[in-house]
Structures are given as C-alpha cells and as structure tokens.
Design a protein around this ligand. Sequence first.
Ligand SMILES: [Zn+2]
Length: 408
Amino acid sequence: MARPILIANRLSAPLILASSLLLLTPSPAAQTSTVEVYNLRSYTHPTHTRIVVDIGKLREFSSAELKDPERIYVDIYQARLNPILLGKTYVARCDYIKEVRIAQKNATTVRVVAELDLAKVERYQVFPLFDPFRVVIDIFPKETASAPPTAPPGEQTPAVPAEKPAKLPEPTAEGYSMARQLGLGIQRVVLDPGHGGEDPGAIGKKGLKEKDVVLAVASELRTLLAAKGLEVVMTRESDIYIPLENRPVIANQQKADLFISIHANANRNRKKRGVQAFYLNFSPDPQVNEIAALENATSTKRIGEMQDTLKKIVQNSKILESRDLAYKIHGNLVKLLSQHYSAVESLGVRGGPFWVLIGGEMPSVLVEISHLSNAQEEERLKSPAYRRQVALGIYEGILEYMRSLGKG
Ligand SMILES: [Zn+2]
C-alpha cells in the first residue's frame, strides 16, 4: 500500500543557460525532498564521450571547471546517492578522460567529477534530458586526440565499465556455493524492500510501517542468500525514497539474475489476511487491480506513457519464468509459516500490472508477506521470529527455483 505523492511537473520548468552554469527551477514541491541518483553510465563514441547521470525527478544542478587536477564537476541539488554507487570510480578507456567519479558531497548534494586532460579536449557541454530526468555531460576531444578503438559510428560502446567485474562466489564451508555448483548463472539477486523515505507504504493500526518491516525482512533474506554464496544487491539499505520505476533499472544495471520486491499488504477489510505473490501481467481481476493501484500510487508515470510500457511488457520474455518463481516462493512461504503459525492463509499467485515489475530483464516477483491491516498479522510482522520465517520461506522458494532450473 502507498500514500499518493504529488509530483512536480517535469517539463514546465524554465531553463536558464549562463556559460557553464545551468540552472533549472524546480517547483516548490520538488525542493522539499531529496531524490535519488541511482545510476551513472557512460559511452564513448568515435566523436565524443557521453556521461549520463540518472536522477528520475527534476532537480536543479550546476557545473563548473576546476584546475589541479583539471576537472569538470556537476552538482545535483536536493539529491542523494543510492548506496550502490557509493565510492565508485570509473576509469575511462579514452585518453582525454582520466576518471569519472560520483559522491555525496554533503547531505543534499551529489557531485559527479570528470577528471580530464583539457589539452586534449575541444569542448564539453552539460545539459538535462527528460522523462526520466537525467543530466548529460558530453565531452568532445580535439581531433589530434586519438580516437578510441571502439564501435562503428552510431553504435554505443561503454567507455567505462558500468559496474565492477562479475565476481565468482567465494567457496563456502561446504565447498563451492550452490550457485557455483549448479552452474546456472543465477548468481546475483536484487532484493527490493518496498517504499522507503517519504513513502511509508501501509501502516498498521498500532503504527507498524510497511517500509520498516520489508527492509528488515530483506536484510534477513540477504544474510541467508549470501551464506549460500549468492551475490545480493538491495535497491535500498536504509530509509530512503526510491521511485518505483528506478527499481528494475537498478536490477538491470546490476545484471541481476532475479528481482524480488518485498511488500506487506493492506485491505479496507481488517479481517482480510494472508500472503500472496505476483508476477507481471495485465489482469482483469478487480482484486488484483486494487492491490496494484496501491502499490503503483507513487508512480510518476502518466497514462500517455502506457504505450511505451506495453512495448516493454511485450519485450519481456521473462513472464513465464517470473510466474514459476512466484509459485515457488509463495508455496514455500505458506508452507514454512504454516509449520510455525496458525491460520496462515494462502491468497495464491496472480499476474498483475505492477510498475515495479516492468522493464526488469530477469524473472521478477512481488511478494506480499502478510496484511498490516490485520491486527494479528501486524503483531506477527512486528516480531523478529516471524520476519525470520518469512525470509526463510522466500529463501527456500529461491533455492527450489534454482534446483528446478538444474533439472530442466
Ligand atoms: Zn507495498
């Protein structure tokens, strides 16, 4: 469940361009909260290098040039760096960029620095692009600078690795990890604790917040998966706001093999209880649409963007795999909880239109781990023992899914 949030109009802001300083005037609503910087990417073309900072919501930014060492920087205001980018540096493969790095400059400013060899740079420009909002830095080398040994014109080639080289899982006490033994390529799992920051999600009658419960369960699940030698990335590790649409982007960027979004449900009927799992599909079931509406409430997308979305869904060949994963997670979750608790209700597995599942290039599932609107389930969700059983249930489901791939 989610409280709707008013989103600033991203396209109506005036643009003021003054030498190397570029300011966007965000609406008052945008100024009051920080937005997450969730991706930094870069491509070297034969003619120039493009660095893109993905921000998601309109933000004011400025850029300037500094000496010793020669560098340009872009400051993005009212922004926070997703922890997955913390401390990351990127070594460019072209001779006119030495390094690109991104950091949290202070509590509300994110700074991107590109260290350059200005003697080899003809010019550069910093400008915004929209839908979703991003800041672009284009750097053009002088003709004397050697062109990068890259792709034919028009083809995009990563100039700098977008992420660290894939690590093989470390051997565990039992020898090589299960991921390694099965050799299935399922090595990296992205866990997505729902909501966060200004968006608490569902709130129980006694005040328990969905955003806190799901973060605790995801952290528990991370420990279990890591002990099996799987790499785990969390879309958030703290109480920060991350737009729904950015979450599968994070999973794609991390080249995750599975994406699991963890939520707790709410219903107007406080007697309603139980666990349920979802995969992406358009569903005529009004009950599913109601849950989807709650989970989609913070989406910044407009109806007009549905076309683009439909295309993405058609391209998504992972729907069958996602359904299979959803069944295995749900089955194990119900089984495990039923062994320790009474009146555990299975609400089954359904397809539904969830923004957070759209665009993911890997099997993706959303799990509703119980109802915060139900007094007994709120009580249970408060206890570390129940949270641990929930994490164990999802964990067993993931392992069963991996084993089933091994047989196939
Ligand atoms: Zn939720």
